[in-house]
Design a protein around this ligand. Structure first.
Ligand SMILES: C[S@@+](CC[C@H](N)C(=O)[O-])C[C@H]1O[C@@H](n2cnc3c(N)ncnc32)[C@H](O)[C@@H]1O
Length: 438
């Protein structure tokens, strides 16, 4: 690491560790304000900052002393990172670290992580470990999960089926940018990119043949099963990652509503929509989940996706600062919002229609607990088995139960959760349907 890179890393970390803004926003702002940093410097600084944030519970412990009674400085966190995560020996430490630092680094080298508390070894916040233990996870499962979040996430692309085929896009990226990709193991539209090329400067991206999307998100599309000519609602559409996928699955036919309460996020959907070539999408700003617009669509939708606002704890590889930014209080506020949104969104589902509830969290309070609470008050809905649905789509994936629960160590995706619910058809209507079909 050069002195310029090291000083930029310390500056960015000092801001990021205030946890007043998402780490990626802090990094981007620093790069905008410091034009002297070249592409290589930026890559090194960003990678180091994110890696430090991923390992923060361990670095805090190493730099704060085993008793954990000292607030470590950013410099000490970085020292712990170099000695224990990058395994530099004392001679290899950047010159900015003097003899005193080296003495502390030697102390850190002698500390045995295996003696540290479980949350330190799993590199997860203590409250999250307590929640996982309370829901019955073993120590081994918690370690596996936490440690799988310590790597950087791969770059996955989704090929836009209305504009291109997967093989053609893979060949195009190879030809124009020498970008190597492999087919994602589960999603029929996914390409996993080798390295981290700036994909947004290539025509395949600019002309809407590909979007950046984690394979886990792509699988949600399969669970929704949106089809040609249907009425579909993406309830928490945000900037439309899943909207674009659903619109392509519908072959640009039917009607797809993209609801969100955030004007800013919905406005970020506009350029993506333009690139995608979709004209079946109707972005709808709503004031809340009980907006009149929702009420008017009661019982009209074939598919409703609720990609609920959540803690994002399943995306710790990309957003490691969430380890410090989320708290039990913030999760419990989200839980109240999640159930309210699911209750409201469910009204739009027609008989026989599908309601998919999804989060990017591994906490059962945001996942199974919400679905269980919903089903307890909505006997007109039943839980479908995600394994069956994916099997019909010829996706061979190992899942522990009827829910989709992905993890980085098992599926090489973010930790996503989804439950597929169906509004039962009343017996009388089911008989009428079968007579009509004859
Ligand atoms: C997990 S994000 C959605 C990400 C998006 N589906 C995608 O694939 O890019 C959750 C979204 O829910 C929205 N949201 C929060 N409260 C809401 C509410 N009461 N009704 C509808 N959307 C809401 C947030 O603005 C945010 O965009």
């Amino acid at each position: 690491m050069t002195p310029i890179q090291l000083s930029a890393t310390l500056d960015v970390l000092n801001s990021a560790l205030g946890f007043n803004a998402p780490a990626d926003a802090v990094v981007s702002r620093h790069f905008r304000e410091n034009k002297n940093l070249g592409p290589k410097d930026r890559a090194v600084v960003a990678e180091t900052v994110f890696s430090v944030l991923r390992h923060l519970p361990q670095l805090d412990w190493l730099a704060g002393g085993e008793e954990g009674n000292k607030m470590p400085s950013t410099r000490d966190l970085l020292l712990a990172y170099f000695t224990r995560i990058k395994h530099l020996n004392l001679r290899e430490l950047p010159a900015v670290f003097g003899d005193n630092d080296k003495e502390r680094a030697a102390g850190m080298k002698g500390m045995a992580l295996r003696d540290a508390p479980l949350n330190v070894r799993a590199a997860l916040p203590q409250w999250a470990v307590e929640a996982l233990l309370a829901e019955g996870k073993t120590e081994e499962q918690i370690l596996e999960l936490g440690q799988s979040m310590l790597q950087s996430a791969p770059l996955d692309l989704r090929v836009n089926g209305i504009k291109a085929k997967r093989d053609a896009v893979a060949a195009e990226l190879k030809a124009v940018g020498d970008i190597n990709t492999t087919l994602t193991p589960f999603s029929p539209w996914g390409l996993r990119v080798e390295g981290k090329p700036a994909i947004n400067k290539y025509k395949a991206f600019l002309e809407g043949r590909v979007e950046v999307q984690d394979e886990g998100s792509q699988l949600l599309g399969l669970l929704c099963g949106a089809k040609r000519g249907q009425m579909v609602a993406d309830f928490c559409a945000g900037a439309g990652g899943k909207t674009l996928l659903l619109g392509a699955m519908m072959q640009n036919t039917g009607r797809l509503y993209a609801f969100d309460i955030s004007e800013k996020r919905l406005s970020n959907l506009k350029p993506r929509l333009a690139r995608s070539g979709l004209s079946n999408v109707h972005p709808q700003l709503i004031a809340s989940e009980s907006d009149q617009k929702i009420k008017r669509l009661a019982g009209k939708m074939d598919v409703v996706l609720v990609d609920a606002p959540c803690s994002g704890m399943g995306t710790l590889r990309r957003n490691p600062d969430l380890k410090a930014r989320q708290t039990p209080q913030s999760v419990s506020e989200l839980n109240a919002k999640q159930i309210a949104i699911l209750n409201s969104a469910s009204r739009m589902v027609k008989q026989g229609g599908r309601l998919v509830y999804a989060t990017c969290s591994f906490l059962s309070s945001e996942n199974e607990a919400i679905v269980t609470a919903f089903l307890a008050t909505h006997p007109e809905f039943k839980l479908l088995d995600a394994r069956e649905i994916l099997k019909k789509e010829r996706v061979e994936i190992e899942l522990a139960n009827e829910y989709l629960q992905l993890t980085p160590h098992q599926h090489q995706t973010d930790a996503f959760f989804a439950a597929v619910l169906e509004r039962s058809v009343p017996v009388a209507a089911a008989v009428e349907d079968s007579v009509d079909a004859e």
